[in-house]
Design a protein around this ligand. Structure first.
Ligand SMILES: Cc1cc2nc3c(=O)[nH]c(=O)nc-3n(C[C@H](O)[C@H](O)[C@H](O)COP(=O)(O)OP(=O)(O)OC[C@H]3O[C@@H](n4cnc5c(N)ncnc54)[C@H](O)[C@@H]3O)c2cc1C
Length: 581
C-alpha cells in the first residue's frame, strides 16, 4: 500500500539550495502554499553542512576595484569559457543579496574592525570577495536556514524519506515516489510543483571530499525519467584533500596564505601559475600537484603508501590558524595527530564537485528531452542542476552563492506556478506509481550472489584510475568497459536485508545503481569531447578547441546508453581568450 501525501510544492533535498527554495517559495506567497521538504537524511545532516571556506559575492562594488563584471569575468575565465554568460550575470548580481539574507538569518560572518563583512581570497578570484564564518560556513548557513524554516507552519520536513522515482506525465511533473526509511512504508508525494535539490554525485569516486550521501540520486532519477543531463564529463578535483582520508582541507587555507610545497620544499606553483601561485583555479592546481608527483617530487605516506605534496600553514602563525581555520586544525589533529601550527599537512586532489547535472534554463526550469521547452512544474537548484555557471571548472565559493541564488529563484517560480494551478492536480500520478512499486518489489526480492558493495568498490577504482585529474582516450574506454560490466553484474545482486525498518542495504543498492548510471554518462560524455578544457584534461589533447568544442554536452537516456547531442554556450560580453594565471 502506498501512502499518498498531497502538497502544493515538494522540495526534494534539504541542503542550502533546497531549504532556500522552500523558504523563498513560502515567503513569496505569504506562507499560503503548502510545502514538503524531503531528505534522505535528517535535514541538518545534508551535505551542505560540510562547506568550509565561504560564499562569493561583491558586497561593496567599487571597493578594492571589485565589480559584478570582474566577478563574472573571473567565473567565466575559471570555467574555461564553458559557462553560460547570461547565467553568470544573474549569479553575480544576486549573490550579494543572499549574503545579506544570511546575515539577517543570523550567520556570524567574520567582520572587519569597522564591522563591514570581511572577505578572504579564493582560487581564481582577482580580489578578496568570499564571505566566511571561520571555516564552518556551511554549518552556520544550514543551521540558520533550518531554524528559520522550522518556524514556518506550512512547511513540513520529511526527514529520512528516500525518494526513488521522479514521476512525469506528458512533459509535466506528476509526483515523487519513495520510502519512509523509518517504517519501510511507500509514499507518493503529489504536488503541483517540484524543486529537485539533491546535490552532486562525486561519490562515483572513492577518494572524495564529499559526504557518503552525494550519490546523485536526483540527477539519476531525472535522467531515467527522460530528462536530459548537461556537461557530465566535468568533475572537479579539489587540490587539497587530506591524505589518506580525503577530508577537505579548505582552499581558504591557501586564501589565508598557505603554501604548497614538493619534496624539496619548493613552492612549485611558480612553474604552473606564476601570477596566482597557490590561488590559481582548482583544475590548474590539481594538475600541478599530480605533475609534481609524477615527476617524483611528491612524498609517500607511511602506512597508506599514498603519494602527496605538503600544504604548509606554519608561517600563518597560531592566532590566525585558530581564528580563521579552527576546523582544519581540529581535522588534522583528530585524523593524523598532526598540528598544522607545527607541521605541514599531506594533501592530494580528490573528487569534490560535479559541474554537470540536470539540464535547466536560466530560471532553473528543468528542460525536456528536445532541450527547447521546460517540463511544466519542475525545477532543479544547487549542485544537482546545471544552469551552467561553472562550465568546465568551478571557482571555489561560487557554489554556495549558486545554491542560494537559484534556491530563491526556483522557490519563487515554483510557488507562482503552484498558486496559478489551484484546485485539482493537472495530472494524476496514481497510475504512474505502478511501475515504481514494481521496481522496488524487484529490488527487495533480489537474491543473487553479487554484492552491491563490491560493485561500488570496482566502480570507484575504475573512475579513480581512468577519470581522475589526467585522462587518456584508452583509459576512458577501459573505464567504460568496466562500468558496463558492473551494470551487467548489478542485475544479479543480492539484498540481504529483507526487512522494512531502516533498510539501508536496499537504499545503498539504489544509490549504487544511480552512481553506475551517472558514471556511464560521465565517461561517455568525456570520451566524446575531443579536447582538454577545465577539469577534463586528456593527455592526447593539449589544448582547448573552441572551434569544435565550445558547446555543452547533452545526454539523454536510452536503453542502450546515453544519446549525446550538443547545444551552444551563451556568450554575451566575454569572448574566449587563452587562460593564463
Ligand atoms: C567538504 C566540502 C566543502 C565545501 N565547501 C564549499 C565552500 O566553502 N563554498 C562553496 O561555495 N562550496 C563549497 N562546497 C560545495 C558545496 O558545499 C555544495 O556544492 C553544496 O553545499 C551543495 O548543496 P545542495 O543544496 O545542492 O545539496 P546538498 O547539500 O548535497 O543536499 C542534498 C539534499 O538532497 C537530499 N537527497 C539526496 N538524494 C535524495 C533522495 N534520493 N531522497 C531524498 N532526499 C535526497 C539529501 O538528503 C540532502 O538533503 C564544498 C563541498 C565539499 C565537499
Amino acid at each position: 500500500m502506498t501512502e499518498v501525501l498531497d502538497f502544493d510544492i515538494v522540495v526534494l533535498g534539504s541542503g542550502i539550495a533546497g531549504m532556500s527554495a522552500a523558504i523563498h517559495a513560502s515567503k513569496s506567497q505569504n506562507e499560503k502554499v503548502r510545502i514538503a521538504v524531503i531528505s534522505k537524511l535528517h535535514a541538518m545532516r545534508s551535505h551542505s553542512i560540510a562547506a568550509e571556506g565561504g560564499i562569493s559575492g561583491v558586497l561593496y562594488p567599487g571597493q578594492n576595484d571589485d565589480s559584478y563584471d570582474l566577478h563574472a569575468f573571473d567565473t567565466i575565465k575559471g570555467s574555461d569559457y564553458l559557462a553560460d554568460q547570461d547565467a553568470v550575470s544573474i549569479l553575480v548580481k544576486n549573490a550579494p543579496k543572499e549574503i545579506r539574507f544570511f546575515e539577517h538569518l543570523g550567520v556570524p560572518w567574520i567582520r572587519e574592525e569597522n564591522e563591514e563583512i570581511q572577505f578572504r581570497a579564493f582560487g581564481g578570484m582577482s580580489v578578496k570577495r568570499t564571505a566566511f564564518a571561520a571555516d564552518k560556513t556551511g554549518f552556520f548557513m544550514l543551521r540558520a536556514l533550518y531554524d528559520y524554516l522550522t518556524g514556518i507552519e506550512n512547511i513540513k520536513i520529511f526527514h529520512e524519506y528516500y525518494i526513488t522515482h521522479l514521476l512525469l506525465s506528458e512533459k509535466r511533473f506528476a509526483g515523487l515516489f519513495g520510502i519512509n526509511l523509518a517504517t519501510g512504508e511507500r509514499v507518493l508525494f503529489k504536488a503541483k510543483a517540484c524543486i529537485i535539490a539533491t546535490g552532486g554525485y562525486a561519490r562515483v569516486f572513492g577518494f572524495t571530499t564529499t559526504s557518503y550521501s552525494s550519490t546523485g540520486d536526483g540527477i539519476a532519477m531525472a535522467y531515467r525519467a527522460g530528462v536530459p543531463l548537461k556537461d557530465m564529463e566535468f568533475i572537479q578535483f579539489h587540490p587539497t584533500a587530506l591524505v589518506p582520508s580525503g577530508i577537505l582541507i579548505t582552499e581558504a587555507s591557501r586564501g589565508e596564505g598557505a603554501y604548497l610545497k614538493n619534496v624539496d620544499g619548493e613552492r612549485f606553483m611558480k612553474d604552473y601559475a606564476p601570477a596566482k601561485m597557490e590561488l590559481a583555479p582548482r583544475d590548474i592546481v590539481s594538475r600541478a600537484i599530480i605533475t609534481e608527483i609524477n615527476k617524483g617530487k611528491g612524498l609517500i605516506q607511511e602506512g597508506s603508501g599514498m603519494k602527496y605534496v605538503n600544504l604548509d600553514l606554519r608561517h600563518l602563525g597560531k592566532d590566525k590558524i585558530n581564528f580563521k581555520l579552527p576546523m582544519i586544525r581540529e581535522i588534522t589533529i583528530k585524523n593524523l595527530g598532526l598540528d598544522p601550527i607545527e607541521e605541514p599537512i599531506p594533501v592530494r586532489p580528490a573528487a569534490h564537485f560535479t559541474m554537470g547535472g540536470i539540464h535547466t534554463d536560466i530560471n532553473g526550469s528543468v528542460m525536456s528531452a528536445d532541450s527547447s521547452i521546460p517540463i511544466a512544474g519542475l525545477w532543479a537548484a544547487g549542485e544537482c542542476g546545471c544552469v551552467s555557471i561553472h562550465g568546465s571548472n568551478r571557482l571555489g565559493s561560487n557554489s554556495l552563492s549558486q545554491c542560494a541564488v537559484w534556491g530563491r529563484i526556483t522557490g519563487i517560480e515554483a510557488a507562482r506556478h503552484a498558486s496559478q494551478h489551484k484546485g485539482q492536480h493537472p495530472v494524476s500520478p496514481n497510475k504512474l506509481v505502478g511501475n515504481a512499486e514494481k521496481d522496488l518489489d524487484r529490488l527487495i526480492a533480489m537474491d543473487g550472489d553479487e554484492s552491491p558493495y563490491s560493485i561500488r568498490e570496482r566502480m570507484q577504482n575504475a573512475m579513480e584510475e581512468h577519470m581522475y585529474v589526467f585522462r587518456t582516450a584508452k583509459g576512458m574506454r577501459q573505464a567504460l568497459k568496466e562500468i558496463l560490466e558492473l551494470k551487467r553484474l548489478s542485475k544479479r545482486i543480492g539484498i540481504e536485508d529483507k526487512g522494512k525498518i531502516f533498510n539501508t542495504n536496499m537504499r545503498d543498492a539504489f544509490e549504487i545503481s544511480n552512481l553506475l548510471e551517472l558514471s556511464e554518462v560521465s565517461i561517455r560524455s568525456a570520451i566524446n569531447r575531443k579536447e582538454s578544457r577545465g577539469a577534463h584534461a586528456v593527455l592526447e589533447y593539449k589544448e582547448r578547441d573552441d572551434r569544435e568544442w565550445l558547446k555543452h554536452t547533452i545526454a539523454t537516456y536510452s536503453k542502450k546508453g546515453p544519446k549525446l547531442s550538443y547545444i551552444p554556450v551563451k556568450i554575451t560580453n566575454w569572448k574566449p581568450k587563452p587562460r593564463e594565471y
